[in-house]
Design a protein around this ligand. Structure first.
Ligand SMILES: NC(=O)c1ccc[n+]([C@@H]2O[C@H](COP(=O)([O-])OP(=O)(O)OC[C@H]3O[C@@H](n4cnc5c(N)ncnc54)[C@H](OP(=O)(O)O)[C@@H]3O)[C@@H](O)[C@H]2O)c1
Length: 377
């Protein structure tokens, strides 16, 4: 399972939801204090990505402007400027654009066709062709694996933001609302038409910055099928956090679990030994809080810091059976059960053989293990 960078979408919009107007000059939606905040976010990123449309429309340089922030990056062993990344299917990029001639390293992700064009009209950047079409997961996996990018800031435009959000690849949206109107229906919008997650995103912060407001949101809807969505990682992180809350035990694991509906609504959460029950398991505790036959269970995802158990002495039904009986078809976990108490437990295998989609996200394994360190060799 490839791991991806943390993907942060950053944009400013007018009160009527536009990213820009249709004049040749870039519309300034924020003021100095917000531009300084953006500079700070850039300084926190390993890479900054914009679409080729934004390079053509705005000719941005995408620098960390503060000398102190650049010095702090260097002091912490990072390059002064984040890697600059763009995407282009056509490969039609102006070699004279400021993007190529300022800051640190640059990379263009493109198609085979775009790469051919870029061989004829090169730009000062590494060119990576991802096949006949550009696949965002392949791009993110390449950035993580080959360029070591852990945190990616995406600064637009709307075409890029729309795809990353709709494909469940955005971890966070940082949206600034500016008190002005564009009023031109042909101007670019932040998010285009199409299918987004059902239900509501999670509002994690609001901040007044001069006359604009920053809103930070996280998507909530679990992925569908075998590929992880950004929200899957958020929910699994919560399950690992719940595992930390378990009353300590020398004879059982500490595990956290969350059950989430397809629209991102949390149905229930639980953790081992909660509510004074010395033997209750996390998934069991969570499922017990949902009415049997709740129609949302069929499309729900169970997140569990440790894979559901298959054998237990304390109760008649192991958690894998409880999940199957509840009708849940998707389970995301961080850690396969070790042989500490049961040999060859294989909860993931049991569930998969019954048709449940099981995802193991090993990047959370250490967090899932942390409250159980005393039980491990
Ligand atoms: N207010 C803000 O915060 C903000 C921020 C950024 C941009 N903007 C505004 O947004 C507008 C530009 O937005 P936009 O939507 O037109 O452009 P964009 O999202 O910056 O770039 C779109 C281009 O990126 C490439 N691309 C996108 N998805 C791709 C994929 N899956 N595979 C291959 N290539 C892909 C294509 O390039 P090719 O055409 O080369 O194939 C596509 O035309 C400008 O008006 C700009 O001022 C505003």
């Amino acid at each position: 399972m490839p791991s991806y960078p943390y993907v942060l979408l950053s944009a400013a919009v007018s009160l009527d939801g536009y990213l820009d107007d249709t004049t040749p000059e870039r519309l300034l939606l924020s003021g100095p204090a917000d531009f300084d905040r953006v500079d700070e976010v850039r300084a926190s990123a390993d890479a900054i990505l914009v679409g080729a449309g934004t390079i053509r429309a705005d000719n941005p340089r995408l620098l960390v402007n503060s000398a102190e922030r650049r010095a702090a990056r260097v002091a912490s062993g990072r390059p002064a400027y984040p890697l600059k990344v763009t995407v282009s299917a056509s490969g039609e990029l102006d070699p004279a654009a400021g993007f190529w001639h300022t800051g640190g390293e640059k990379i263009v992700y493109t198609t085979d066709e775009g790469a051919r064009r870029l061989r004829r009209t090169p730009v000062a950047a590494d060119v990576v062709a991802l096949g006949p079409e550009l696949d965002w997961r392949a791009l993110l996996a390449h950035l993580a694996r080959v360029r070591g990018v852990g945190r990616l800031m995406v600064e637009g435009g709307g075409t890029v933001h729309t795809q990353l959000l709709r494909q469940g690849l955005a971890d966070e949206i940082q949206l600034v609302l500016a008190p002005l109107f564009v009023g031109d229906p042909t101007a670019p919008r932040l998010f285009g038409p199409g299918g987004y997650q059902d239900g509501r995103l999670r509002l994690v912060e609001t901040r007044r910055i001069e006359d604009v407001v920053l809103m930070r949101y996280e998507p909530t809807a679990p992925g569908t099928g075998p590929l992880p969505a950004a929200a899957d990682r958020h929910w699994l992180a919560l399950a690992c956090e719940l595992a930390e809350r378990c009353p300590p035990s020398g004879t059982a694991f500490s595990v956290g679990a969350v059950v989430v509906a397809a629209d991102g609504t949390e149905l229930a959460r639980g953790h081992s030994r909660e509510g004074g029950d010395p033997v209750v398991h996390a998934e069991e505790a969570a499922l017990a809080k949902i009415a049997p036959g709740d129609p949302r269970l069929a499309a729900a995802t169970v997140y569990s810091s440790l894979e559901p158990c298959t054998r237990r002495a304390s109760r008649p039904a192991p958690c894998a059976r409880l999940i199957l009986d509840a009708g849940v078809r998707r389970v995301v976990t961080a850690w396969r059960e070790p042989d500490t108490f049961v040999t060859g437990a294989d909860g993931s295998g049991v569930l998969a053989r019954e048709g449940v989609e099981v995802l193991v996200l090993p990047e959370y394994e250490d967090r899932a293990k942390a409250p159980n360190a005393h039980l491990l060799p």
